[in-house]
Design a protein around this ligand. Structure first.
Ligand code: ASP
Length: 340
């Protein structure tokens, strides 16, 4: 027997006071995203539609670091990264973009309407959007994000932000004249497997707080932030993009599934590799394999997720470090024979 369904994530990081106060809100939105994705899976049947619909819920929520809730660059601007991929190796990605309210939809437009995989910057994207009739809507920072920005800048000025030591040296002078953060990274992502075992993965983010203008993170990089292959499964990562890129985290998870690991084992092994090379506190990852098994692993304090599979009665959110992912069905072993 196999299963089908969706896993969504709302970022990996540590439990800060502000994240604590919004736990139940976050859970509600994660559950809603997984439920919307699952409904799309049952109605329209495609894992691609499912992940896009789920990610749009998270982007629109303003609670997570994506779409309308994106974090800000050092200059106080929103520049989003997003990518998606299907198990047939179709993919689309955008980096440093602020012309779409739903960056995941623009990444899909790149996949569906161009022969390219990856666009960076508004200039080319605006022309592409005009040519394809994609509705442009500027991504503006929310008031909440502007408040956080001011606080982060104050911290950085005091030298209290340890995340970016080289950047800090670069921008010290800039900070004296103008106006970075220990943050919970609330990037959003989703992976799904449909009833015909086709998989897809997606991710969307405002990027890391106080990144330098022009910086593109793992979320726009196929193989790092996401990967999908119908002969293996699909994975979506979150955390310190610079570290995720170094180990091609999502491709590593898929490679492990391709040689027979189940989704959970593959996530854990890939996170072990990252931890061994780059340390704790660097990332979390979710995955589904082509048999409908799901997995999640992290070396951070928490990974905010929600799961909805046919074998479950409802979506289940897992946010707190003490919470465990729901039980999944066992897949008969002859189904999992290697198939390249
Ligand atoms: N991975 C994202 C980035 O580095 C941030 C995150 O996952 O929160 O841009």
């Amino acid at each position: 027997m196999s299963d089908y369904g969706i896993v969504v994530h709302g970022g990996a990081g540590s439990l800060t006071p502000s994240s604590k106060s919004t736990i139940s809100l976050r859970k509600r939105i994660l559950v809603q995203a997984a439920s919307v994705g699952y409904e799309s899976l049952t109605k329209r049947g495609s894992s691609l539609d499912a992940i896009v619909e789920a990610i749009k819920v998270l982007e629109d929520s303003k609670v997570f670091n994506a779409g309308s809730g994106s974090s800000l660059t050092l200059e106080g601007k929103v520049t989003a990264d997003a990518a998606l991929m299907t198990g047939e190796l179709r993919c689309g990605a955008i980096g440093c973009a602020s012309i779409a309210k739903n960056p995941i939809s623009l990444a899909r437009q790149v996949m569906d309407r161009s022969d390219h995989v990856f666009f960076v910057g508004n200039e080319g994207l605006q022309k592409f959007a005009d040519a394809t009739g994609f509705r442009q809507e500027p991504l503006e920072p929310t008031n909440e994000r502007l408040k956080q920005y001011k606080k982060n800048i104050r911290l950085m000025k005091k030298g209290a932000v340890k995340t970016w030591p080289k950047n800090y040296r670069l921008v010290k002078n800039y900070l004296q004249k103008n106006q970075l953060s220990p943050e919970t990274s609330d990037t959003v992502g989703a992976v799904a497997v449909d009833s015909t075992s086709k998989v897809s993965a997606g991710v969307s983010t405002g990027g890391r707080w106080l990144k330098l203008p022009g910086r593109v993170g793992d979320s726009a990089v196929i193989g790092a932030g996401i990967y999908a292959d119908d002969f293996a499964g699909a994975a979506s990562a979150t955390g310190a993009g610079e570290e995720i890129i170094r180990v091609c985290l999502s491709k590593t998870v898929c490679d492990l599934m391709r040689i027979g690991a189940d989704a959970q084992t593959a996530c854990e092994a890939a996170i072990d590799i990252l931890t061994a090379r780059r340390g704790y506190g660097t990332a979390g990852v979710i995955a589904v394999d082509r048999f409908g098994r799901f997995g999640s692993a992290r070396n951070t304090e928490m990974l905010q997720c929600s799961f909805r599979f046919r074998s479950m009665r409802r979506s289940v959110a897992v946010v707190l470090p003490s919470e465990n992912p729901p039980k999944q069905i066992k897949v008969s072993t002859d189904l999992t024979r290697l198939n390249f």
